[in-house]
Design a binder for this molecule. Structure first.
Ligand code: NAD
Ligand code: UFG
Length: 355
């Protein structure tokens, strides 16, 4: 029997791409989303791409009753937990909303999981938990600190997961720390569809390229980097999606091992506990390098101006991807070229997103 996975936030940008990868890897999926930052159109497109209808529950993770009903109706092996609010600037003006949604929502989800004895979880964490890194590439043992409520909400959930694993060794909890997800499905049918003017670099560039926005502002050209602009570890969203499949396969192997060990001996084998893993490529690309790659791949001019640094930004951030390779057997395959090609395909076919 195929293992069934509850995908919270499965209608969103990373969730939709991961649902396709999970389906291709043989998992059954149930999407749970309140559609606060996504739409039914995205779910329909995923259904079309996989050639079958998707199970979708419209619900909020803070609504314990609706969540419980999902666990009554389905026997889940585990949960991939994408749902959350993610706009750094908005989190500064609406901290209670962010803590309520991202932290309280996760606590409600964990309580319901415990009630139904589903103790396998993959959580969407972020490289933001590393703050301004002391060394590069950033490995998972780097110190953690955050300066905005969004980042704090990710860090607090990590602490909660650590405490939960310490309190009860039957939990298997993986926190995947994403670096900078970009790109779109190669079909051009699903991709990132920001509600408003994009906060992030890649969707901003692609909206300039398609003529929706006039000009990119590059936040600072005086960083100690290759060309003075910020350096990030951009990772293709389909590689990221495969990282979730690898994490889930790993959880499944570990659970199988725990079961067979407990049958063979009276001693319990150890659970995964809390396991943080970076998902990045290990390579840094500057803002100007990305602008130039996108412009030559799309054949569009990307007008830009330099403005002052954005508050809270760091100079450089890229991952050590050794742990993902060693533990999960996963590494990113796609280059900046594919990231730009696929973003451009999505943006040019769907200039107004899913509308
Ligand atoms: P997204 O906004 O596209 O997807 C999140 C989904 O969660 C949306 O469909 C939204 O409607 C849903 N949602 C939000 N609050 C909910 C709630 N209370 N109950 C049910 N559903 C709810 O975002 P994304 O880019 O796909 O990000 C997915 C996860 O990855 C988020 O937790 C985000 O913080 C994290 N992350 C994203 C990035 C990035 O750059 N995209 C980087 C690091 C971490
Ligand atoms: N940038 C610009 N102009 C823009 C947008 C961004 O110059 O209009 C620059 C930024 O200054 C930075 C780089 O592009 O140097 C990347 O910025 P993004 O906003 O795309 O990404 P961040 O690295 O700031 O943050 C993103 C997500 C966070 C997440 C983090 C994980 O927004 O939620 O990656 O590393 F936590």
């Amino acid at each position: 029997m195929k293992n069934k996975i509850l995908v919270t936030g499965g209608a969103g940008y990373i969730g939709t791409h991961t649902c396709i990868a999970l389906h291709e890897a043989g998992y059954d999926i149930v999407i749970y989303d309140n559609l606060s930052n996504s739409s039914c159109a995205a779910i329909k497109r995923v259904s079309t791409l996989i050639g079958q209808p998707l199970e979708f529950i419209e619900g909020d993770i803070r609504d314990a009753e609706t969540l419980r009903q999902a666990f009554v109706d389905h026997q889940f092996f585990g949960v991939i937990h994408f749902s959350g609010l993610k706009a750094v600037g908005e989190s500064v003006t609406k901290p209670l909303l962010y803590y309520n949604n991202n932290v309280s929502g996760t606590i409600t989800l964990l309580e319901v999981m415990r009630q139904y004895n589903v103790k396998n979880l993959i959580f969407s964490s972020s490289a933001t938990v590393y703050g301004d890194p002391k060394f590069l590439p950033i490995d998972e043992s780097s110190s953690r600190s955050c300066t905005n409520p969004y980042g704090q909400s990710k860090l607090i959930v990590e602490y909660i997961l650590e405490d939960l694993a310490l309190s009860d060794d039957s939990w298997n909890l993986i926190a995947l720390r994403y670096f900078n997800p970009v790109g779109a499905h190669p079909s051009g049918q699903i991709g990132e569809d920001p509600n408003d003017i994009p906060n992030n670099l890649m969707p901003y560039i692609s909206q300039v390229a398609v003529g929706k926005l006039e000009k990119l502002s590059i936040f600072g050209n005086d960083y100690p980097t290759v060309d003075g602009t910020g350096v990030r570890d951009f990772i293709h969203v389909t590689d990221l999606a495969q990282g979730h499949v690898a994490a889930l396969n790993y959880l499944q192997q570990q659970v199988d091992l725990q079961r067979s060990n407990s049958k063979r001996s009276s001693s319990k084998s150890s659970s995964v506990g809390f396991l943080p893993i970076n998902l990045g490529t290990g390579k840094g690309t500057s803002v100007l390098e990305l602008v130039s790659a996108f412009s030559s791949i799309s054949g569009q001019a990307i007008p830009y101006q330099f403005t002052s640094r954005r508050v809270g930004d760091i100079a450089s951030c890229y991952a050590s991807s050794d742990k993902a390779k060693n533990v999960l057997g996963w590494e990113a395959k796609l280059s900046i070229t594919e990231m730009c090609q696929d973003t451009w395909r999505w943006q040019s076919i769907n200039p107004t997103g899913y509308d």
